[in-house]
Design a binder for this molecule. Structure first.
Ligand SMILES: O=P(O)(O)O[C@@H]1C[C@H](O)[C@@H](CO)O1
Length: 324
C-alpha cells in the first residue's frame, strides 16, 4: 500500500495504514455506514456453513462480550475458537479489549457461541456489518442472544462496577436514520416492520434478578435504559444532560443495533451493561471518561460477570426448553 502524506503536529510524516487493521469499505464503496447494501441471505448462509463444517458444537445461546469483558468466554469448556480473519465475510476487530474470535463450546453443559470482540460503528463499519454476526448466529441455530457491554452510568444512583440489566433502549442513531435494517428487507431474516416494544425478554430479566439474589449481588444489580451513540468520542456534558432528561440510565457505543437485528430474526434477547465509569454531567470537575478505565473495571468485575452470565445461560436454557 502506498504511503499517505499526513500533516501531524510538528510537521509532515509518511503514514502507512496498517491494512489488516482497517475495515474495508462496503460493496458500494462506502465506508461511512450509510449504505443500504448488506450481505445477502445466501452469503451469510455460506458463512454459517463454513462454521458448521469447522465446529462440532451446535450452539443455542450466543454471547457478545463487551469491552474488557472477553474473559466471559474463558469459562467455556470444550472450546473451539475461530479467529475472525479466518471466517468468510466477517469483519475484523480493531479495538483494544476485543480479541477478535468466535469461541464455541459449553457453559454448564449448554452449547454456546461467544463473540470475543464485537464490531462498532466508529471502527468504520456500517451498522448492518456490525450486526452481521448476529444473523450468522441465527443461521447456526442460536435462538437466544446475551449482549454485554461496558457503559457509562448516567443514573446518579449507579456506581462503578454495577451491573445494569437492560430493560429498554433508546435508538439515538436510529433517530438520525441510521439503522441496521435500513435497505431492502429479506423476509427470510424477518419482517419489514419488526416491533421493538418487547425487545428485552421479560422472563430473562426476572430470572436475572433471581440469580442476582441467589448470588448475593443484588446490591450491585440494577435495571435501566441504555442508549448507544456512534462514538468514538465520549459524550459532552450537554449531551449527557439531555440523555438524562429523556430517561437514559447508561450510555455506550454498541448493543442497540445488535438487539434490533436479533429481534428482527426472532431471537430472545438479554442485555447487560457493566457500569465502568460515572458520566460527567457537570463542568465543575476534571474527571474524564477513558478507555483504560473501562478495561480496568472489566477486569475488576470479571469473576462476578463470569459466574453471573454462566448461571444465566443455564437458567435461560431451562426456560427456553420448557416453553418448547
Ligand atoms: O463494546 P462495548 O460497547 O462494550 O464498548 C464500550 C463502548 C466503546 O467501544 C468502548 C469505550 O471505552 O467501550
Amino acid at each position: 500500500m502506498a504511503p499517505i502524506n499526513v500533516t501531524v503536529m510538528g510537521g509532515r510524516k509518511d503514514y502507512v495504514p496498517a491494512k489488516e487493521t482497517l475495515p474495508e469499505v462496503d460493496a458500494e464503496g462506502n465506508g461511512n455506514g450509510n449504505s443500504a447494501k448488506g450481505y445477502s441471505y445466501e452469503t451469510l448462509q455460506e458463512t454459517a456453513n463454513f462454521l458448521l463444517a469447522r465446529i462440532s458444537i451446535r450452539p443455542t445461546i450466543g454471547i457478545i462480550c463487551g469491552s474488557g469483558m472477553g474473559s466471559l468466554a474463558e469459562s467455556i469448556v470444550d472450546a473451539e475458537s475461530i479467529p475472525y480473519e479466518e471466517i468468510p465475510n466477517f469483519p475484523i476487530s480493531t479495538v483494544e479489549g476485543h480479541h477478535g474470535r468466535l469461541v464455541f463450546g459449553r457453559l454448564d453443559g449448554v452449547s454456546v457461541v461467544a463473540m470475543q470482540g464485537r464490531f462498532h460503528y466508529y471502527e468504520g463499519y456500517p451498522l448492518w456489518k456490525c450486526c452481521l454476526p448476529v444473523r450468522v448466529m441465527r443461521l447456526l441455530g442460536v435462538k437466544t442472544l446475551i449482549a454485554t457491554n461496558a457503559a457509562g452510568g448516567l443514573n446518579p444512583t449507579y456506581k462503578i462496577g454495577d451491573l445494569m440489566i437492560v430493560k429498554d433502549h433508546i435508538n439515538m442513531m436510529g433517530f438520525a436514520g441510521n439503522n441496521p435494517l435500513h435497505g431492502p428487507n429479506d423476509e427470510r431474516f424477518g419482517p419489514r416492520f419488526p416491533p421493538m416494544n418487547k425487545a428485552y425478554n421479560y422472563e430473562y430479566r426476572k430470572l436475572a434478578k433471581e440469580v442476582a439474589k441467589e448470588y448475593n449481588i443484588e446490591n450491585i444489580v440494577r435495571e435501566g435504559v441504555y442508549t448507544c451513540l456512534g462514538g468514538p468520542n465520549f459524550e459532552t456534558v450537554a449531551e449527557l444532560n439531555m440523555l438524562k432528561m429523556v430517561g437514559v440510565d447508561a450510555v455506550g457505543m454498541s448493543t442497540v443495533h445488535e438487539v434490533i437485528t436479533a429481534r428482527h430474526c426472532d431471537m430472545n434477547v438479554f442485555a447487560l451493561s457493566l457500569i465502568t465509569n460515572e458520566c460527567v454531567t457537570s463542568y465543575e470537575t476534571d474527571d474524564q471518561a477513558n478507555h483504560d478505565e473501562v478495561l480496568d473495571v472489566g477486569r475488576m468485575r470479571q469473576d462476578i460477570l463470569r459466574k453471573f452470565v454462566s448461571r444465566l445461560v443455564t437458567r435461560f436454557h431451562q426456560i427456553d426448553n420448557a416453553s418448547l
